[in-house]
Ligand binder design. Sequence first.
Ligand code: SF4
Ligand code: SF4
Ligand code: SF4
Length: 250
Amino acid sequence: MKPTIAIYDFTDCEGCEVQLISLLEDFLEIEKRVEIVNWRLGQEDNHQIQFDICIIEGTPITREEQKLLRSLRKRSKILVALGACAALGGVPASVDQTQRKKWLKKIYGAKYKSRGDSAKPLSNFVKVDAIIPGCPATKKDILRAITDLLDGKIPATQNFPVCKECKANNNPCRLLNNQPCLGPVSIGGCDAICVSGGAGCWGCRGLLENGNLPAFRKTLEKFMTKQEIEQFMSVFLSNDLIINKPNTKT
Ligand code: SF4
Ligand code: SF4
Ligand code: SF4
């Protein structure tokens, strides 16, 4: 029997699932080795209960999503966080809760009760076995992770900074020109795509485990205020101290 893979999504933009679909021929090759059993975006018959691998995109912000996540954990041998929303809380976690409440009241009225909570990574609720990082996760990483899992290996997280690939691409360093960039403390593997495209790195793949954050903050403080630094880092890293480490919750 082929191993079963379920794909679920919580609150997010579904961009990582689009990347999965964009694998095209490679996706068809994967399908030869597995049975995809529950995938709301890709098929209609989604009634399987137990899974060998459960890939989850998005952050569970409602109680219903959190309950489903705990249930999926119990029913899956391997649970994988797909993309920055699932791995870090992602962009939804950058929302200032005080501002959010203010705008909810203004738009929907004082009696409206939101079902959503602040965005947290999956690892805040359950044990996560593997992470496919990025916003969106790259096709290369998705393919590598699924291939590793089918070969019985847990996909490893890269342990080098974005700067490594940035220098290999001969980009001028933004920090030397007083432009923000989280490359030195961010997990690489994306080929420094944002920096090569003219933007800074925002750390969408998560914090490097051995990155020197205090020293890095001091570098940024030479040309940014503390408030600007917090805003910059909170786009992806507002849950930064609990990210990238599969925890021991069950
Ligand atoms: S990680 Fe980015 S691309 Fe993926 S679902 Fe979240 S917001 Fe969308
Ligand atoms: S531009 Fe950013 S990623 Fe590139 S070398 Fe400088 S700090 Fe590192
Ligand atoms: S350069 Fe930074 S923000 Fe851009 S994809 Fe790579 S890790 Fe993510």
